[in-house]
Design a protein around this ligand. Structure first.
Ligand code: ZN
Length: 297
């Protein structure tokens, strides 16, 4: 079974091209990362303020660490093209002088497992009302990832939401009746009906709804553009809008929605990218140093 993305192996130290003279040395460290992984970027320097990053045109929030450094987590979508990437990083010194640097890293190809199945063509045939419902629910979900909540709520290490036995891995390519489907955007965790699901970190409940495919579905916003989701729940333990703490009960596993057996689908989005939620468990906590990912076993 392929498990998660391992974290923090290699370092790349990138010299910074300064937009203005900066006292001291600014070091930007980023790491090569596999598709579906979480890259950590760390900026060290003297008297850094207002550090921010831009990937394509999307802002990547940076957070101050305990030691004066700044760090950010960057999600790489499981279908993102492999190859070099560059993140523009801007900041100021305490005299208000601005500087700009670049973090460079490589997106590496990860080989995802594949599964071929045949189903009756009736299985995929939906009436007009159901098709509309599915479309609306997909739009509702996609809209969530367009909003990047700047304030980081998560702290230190993440917990698994249930004891983790993976039954369907992240990124699984399913070929149904010879046609490729969207890859599996999360992991399915084996859990008997009614198993307690806990919040892996602090966050806010931003979606609590009953959807056609994903059944009783909950989404937590952990701040800084990081979201985690919990599908096919039997029931919810929390209301929409409330803040939860790491380890709080948020619901019970079930088999609601379109599933063949009880399990928890656990997914994660970071800056809009579908990332392996097991990558979150490997974030070493406050002010992580930059590191690489590897294909896990
Ligand atoms: Zn799933």
């Amino acid at each position: 079974m392929k498990s998660s993305v391992a974290f923090f192996c290699a370092f790349l130290i990138v010299p910074v091209s300064l937009a203005a003279e900066l006292p001291g040395v600014v070091r930007i460290r980023a790491s090569d990362i596999f598709q579906g992984g979480v890259a950590a970027i760390r900026v060290d320097g003297e008297d850094l303020v207002g550090v921010r990053g831009l990937l394509h045109d999307r802002e990547i929030p940076f957070f101050p660490g305990h030691d004066g450094s700044y760090f950010a987590l960057v999600g790489i979508d499981l279908e993102e093209q492999h190859g070099p990437r560059e993140i523009r990083i801007q900041g100021q010194d305490n005299a208000g002088k601005s500087w700009e640097g670049r973090a460079t890293f490589n997106v590496k190809k990860r080989s995802f497992p594949q599964e071929k199945i045949s189903v009756s063509t009736e299985f995929d045939r939906f009436d007009e009302a159901t098709r509309k419902r599915i479309e609306q629910e997909q739009e509702q979900m996609v809209h969530l990832w367009t909003v990047t909540s700047q304030k980081r709520l998560w702290e230190e290490r993440f917990l698994p939401p249930v004891a983790a036995v993976i039954t369907s891995p992240f990124g699984l390519r399913r070929i149904v009746n010879g046609l490729p489907r969207a890859p599996h955007g999360g992991v399915d965790l084996k859990a008997p009906l009614g198993t307690q699901v806990v919040a892996p970190n602090h966050g806010r409940v931003i979606l609590r709804d009953d959807f056609f495919f994903s059944g009783k579905s909950l989404v937590l916003d952990h701040g800084g553009g990081l979201y985690t989701m919990y599908f096919h729940l039997q029931d919810f333990a929390v209301e929409k809008g409330i803040q939860v703490r790491k380890g709080d009960l948020i619901g019970w596993t079930g088999m609601t929605g379109r599933v063949t057996g009880p399990h928890l689908h656990w997914g994660a989005r970071l800056n809009g990218a579908r990332v392996d939620p097991f990558g979150l468990l490997e974030i070493p906590g406050e002010s992580p140093v930059a590191g690489g990912g590897k294909e896990g076993q």
